[in-house]
Design a protein around this ligand. Structure first.
Ligand code: SF4
Ligand code: SF4
Length: 106
C-alpha cells in the first residue's frame, strides 16, 4: 500500500504535506507538472500527510475516489521518471493555488 496524491493538488502545490513526511516521499517538478507525487516505494503508510493537505488531495491507495484511480499509476510513474526533484521542505504555493482552493470549495 501507499498514499497517493490526486487531482486536487493540480495547480495548487501548497506543500504542507511535504513538511511532515518522515521519509521524504514527495517529488515534483513545479514548472512541468503543477502538482507533486508520492513515491510509493518510499512511503511507509504513516498517513501523517493526509490531514495537512488543505484541499484533501491525498488518499490511501485503497481509498482513491472513483474517477481518480489513474493517479496511483501516475504517482509511481512520475516518481520513477527521473524528471522530478525530491521536495523535502515547504515552498510557496503556485500562483493559482488560492483560486483552485476556492473553486474546490475549501
Ligand atoms: S498539501 Fe495537498 S495540495 Fe499541497 S502539495 Fe501537498 S498534496 Fe498537493
Ligand atoms: S503516508 Fe507518511 S510516509 Fe507516506 S507520503 Fe504521507 S507522510 Fe510520507
Amino acid at each position: 500500500m501507499a498514499y497517493i496524491v490526486t487531482e486536487n493538488c493540480q495547480g495548487c502545490m501548497f506543500t504542507d504535506c511535504v513538511a511532515v513526511c518522515p521519509v521524504d516521499c514527495f517529488h515534483g517538478n513545479p514548472t512541468q507538472d503543477k502538482m507533486i507525487y508520492i513515491d510509493p516505494e518510499a512511503c511507509i503508510d504513516c498517513g501523517a500527510c493526509v490531514p495537512e493537505c488543505p484541499v484533501e488531495a491525498i488518499f490511501a491507495d485503497s481509498d482513491v475516489p472513483e474517477g481518480q484511480k489513474q493517479y496511483t499509476a501516475i504517482n509511481a510513474e512520475r516518481c520513477k521518471s527521473g524528471e522530478l526533484e525530491n521536495i523535502t521542505a515547504k515552498r510557496d504555493p503556485l500562483g493559482t493555488a488560492e483560486d483552485k482552493k476556492k473553486k474546490l470549495g475549501f
